[in-house]
Design a binder for this molecule. Sequence first.
Ligand code: NAP
Length: 249
Amino acid sequence: MNSKVMIITGGGRGIGAATALKAAARGYAVCVNYLKDAAAAQAIVGQIHAAGGTAIAVGADVSDEDEVVRLFRSVDEQLGTVSALVNNVGVLENKMRIVEMDMARLNRIFSSNITSQFLCAREAVRRMSRNNGGVGGAIVNVSSAASRLGAAGEYVDYAASKGAIDTFTTGLSLEVASEGIRVNCVRPGFIYTDIHASGGEPGRVDRLRSLIPMQRGGQADEVAYAILWLLSDEASYVTGSFLDIAGGR
Ligand code: NAP
């Protein structure tokens, strides 16, 4: 069993997929979690295997407690004890003002974006904590520049869910700092992935890039590099920190 075992929630596409490929190249055994798109997750696993790495794909809805428990047990059995968690899953829905948002939408956003990160962190801490006989580890939570900007008129629910992740990062990092676990956060800006199509505007990054000081959108790889640095031993004294990967915005 490899001592470097990473779970990436939502690792089949976008930022999670970029992180999975780079993590495997750096010697991690990688669990690529996904929700529905098994083909995309299997394609990432196939690329890792072709390059000589170790990876598995596990379908599990990380907003569901039983599924999260099953996900982590699968990794225990197939790869070994998790040493790195990337809490990457996040969803957004069609743009609307808060006056139009119904309870079902709010529950979907908050359970996918907030509860999922709590559940996965809980399972990771149970395994990593020196208080439980673990050897420590590192967690990166994926938030968003939206937590600072608010997404007024578009996705205030999404932005607020990411605000919760910022606070969660601060609190959890303090709670487990003496147990050998570092907890940090990345806040991407406008990155070219499929998430914008799920918000109803596939061309969103190009429409808004003139508002970004660097005058361009970001690539998933540029976020992945930051995630991997925060998880690495090079960041051994970094916890409770936030890296804004947003071209200066
Ligand atoms: P994406 O391309 O839309 O990919 C989302 C991934 O999450 C997919 O692999 C999807 O699985 C998975 N997923 C969604 N709900 C899930 C659930 N309940 N359980 C398990 N997996 C689930 O997204 P992305 O743009 O890479 O975003 C990744 C993270 O970055 C999110 O937290 C997002 O909020 C954050 N972020 C993105 C941007 C940006 O501009 N792209 C900016 C700021 C922050 P399937 O493939 O099976 O559907």
